[in-house]
Design a protein around this ligand. Structure first.
Ligand SMILES: [Zn+2]
Length: 292
């Protein structure tokens, strides 16, 4: 009994001390105290959601401009609006996958059924996801994740940004609808998917230039005899660039050059009646050249 009283008294003294310190015993009570990092909110959910929505609408506008009246393009725009979930790295609530992968190492990929995720990000942001740096617009089928550049309006002309976005959306659509299952880079299935995406891209560029793009391609490729695939010369690239606004960045230059190479060889295949098989061969050639 006596021992219990001693313990109780000791507890009271301790509690009293704690109370004194907490109401200002340290003399710093009226100064603002720093909030500990662990208890501070890391993000504002409402703000993140509003930002994601804004980004989504901004991209719809970009697509609308690039797509015009093209039926396939319009279908992909509706698909994006219906199925895309824009995510951010800081938005833990928006997308736990982004923030926990791969640091927690569970690799859990939530099944989002018929939808997909869009992640506006820099290459630096993507390094955390261990994504291979291939392109500013890049679809990761295994994660159902479409990565798009952040602040893209500063690095690409609007038309080209919209057209490249449409190209990647075509890949996403093929994956989500089951048209293109897992495919190995360079395989026949992969080539077919690329052919669909590039055909769309070329048609949209042609639409934006009122048919001038196709005319120029025909003119340029008619000077080649056929029988082998071609690299466009600097002069040819310059000629094609005249149809569009000035290039905004090195990455836009690279993207355009690849597209011109594809478009010129597709035109060459058409001129020599090589059909879709010829176009697939051309793509295979370009893929091998680019991955050297
Ligand atoms: Zn592609």
């Amino acid at each position: 009994m006596k021992r219990n009283t001693v313990v109780f008294t000791a507890i009271c003294i301790l509690a009293g001390l704690v109370l004194i310190v907490s109401i200002g015993g340290s003399g710093k009570a009226d100064q603002p105290q720093p909030v500990s990092k662990s208890s501070a909110p890391q993000y504002d959910v409402e703000k993140e959601l509003a930002r994601a929505q804004k980004t989504k609408l901004w991209h719809k506008k970009l697509l609308d401009e690039a797509v015009g009246g093209d039926e396939e393009g319009k279908m992909l725009t509706s698909f994006m609006m219906d199925k895309a979930q824009f995510v951010t790295k800081t938005g833990r609530m928006l997308n736990p996958l982004i923030i926990t992968y791969p640091s927690k190492g569970n690799g859990a990929i939530p099944d989002i059924n018929s939808g997909f995720r869009v992640y506006p990000s820099s290459f630096g942001d993507r390094r955390h996801l261990r994504v291979r740096e291939l392109a500013n617009w890049q679809f990761e089928p295994d994660r159902n994740l479409l990565m798009i550049p952040s602040r893209l309006e500063w690095t690409y002309t609007r038309l080209w940004a919209g057209v490249i976005f449409a190209h990647e959306l075509r890949h996403v659509y093929d994956k989500v609808t089951g048209l293109e299952q897992r495919s190995r880079l360079g395989s026949e299935v992969w080539l077919l998917g690329e052919m669909r995406a590039y055909t769309l891209e070329i048609r949209l560029l042609n639409l934006a230039t009122n048919g001038k793009f196709a005319k120029e391609l025909e003119k340029l490729s008619s000077s080649y005899a056929g029988g082998k695939w071609i690299w466009p010369t600097d002069a040819e690239v310059m000629q094609l660039n005249k149809l569009f606004k000035s290039i905004q960045s090195k990455s836009e230059r690279f993207t355009r050059n690849t597209l011109y190479m594809v478009a010129l060889n597709f035109t060459l295949a058409e001129q020599h009646s090589l059909g879709e098989a010829g176009k697939r061969q051309a793509l295979s050639f370009i893929h091998k050249m680019n991955s050297r």
